[in-house]
Write a protein that binds this ligand. Sequence first.
Ligand code: PGA
Length: 300
Amino acid sequence: MPDRLQRLLRITPAQLRAFEATHRLRSVTRAASELHLTQPTVSVQLRELTQAIGEPLLERVGRQLRTTATGDLLARTVGQLNDCWQAFAAAQDELRGLLRGRLRIAAVTTTEYFVPSLIGPFAAAHPAVEIDLRVENRDRVVERLRLGLDDLSVMMLPPVDMALEHRPIAANPLVVIAPPAHRARNARASIALERLASERWLMREPGSGTRMATEEYFSAAGFAPRVAMSLGSNEAIKHAVAAGLGIAVISQLALTASSDQAMTLRVRGFPLQRTWQLVWRSDRPLNHAAQRFVSYLAAR
Ligand code: PGA
């Protein structure tokens, strides 16, 4: 960097304030009083500033203090510097304003076991963003997506008849669970699905994504289970299986306690390797809080 520029960059904001006030008030004494400084302090600041610039900035004509041509140039530059800081402050406010927005997320019920931990660090980093998390089954999340009620949705199977963007955000392995005393537990190798045809299968309610993925897999495998009961939540499924009412397919993430995990049955073809997707409509602009959330998830 040239010496001259280095000298200019050593000019302090205090020196510029002293100059600006003296230029505007045409008096060192008045400038000192406005800045709550002593007159010698302002004089020292002006002298150092003059040395850094290398030319006189102020001159006395009779009893009047005037700025030289270089002083006028500096006064204009100080104005431009102030404009730059003001533009910075405005941009900063705008940035804060964006992150003061609202982020509406609808997530399928099964994701309730992990979505809060995804949102946690984002919420902590952006305390002014109001986050509205709804937990519904797939059908309701899709319905809300159609109505445009949310910024982002989380589900395993995004509908194919809508203009959507989606990104995988987490694995969702689906496993078979059976009561602790189930006879198939004694098998040495994993058990074939056909051998479970006469079981009482417990299913999530119609409209559940877990149910949809399970039915798709069963039908592709040519397997027709005996559906004994539909239950409206993963917790209800776990309790019903533990109570010996039947067997079920459930997300491994819903098996939170070790007693839940112990119910996993080794079945050929399982776990079904499925993925949760972050989904949004491509025909509507994402608000800034949602854009930030998408980038935050991508950067994890
Ligand atoms: P569900 O959805 O909670 O409705 O079973 C799971 C999913 O779609 O990932």
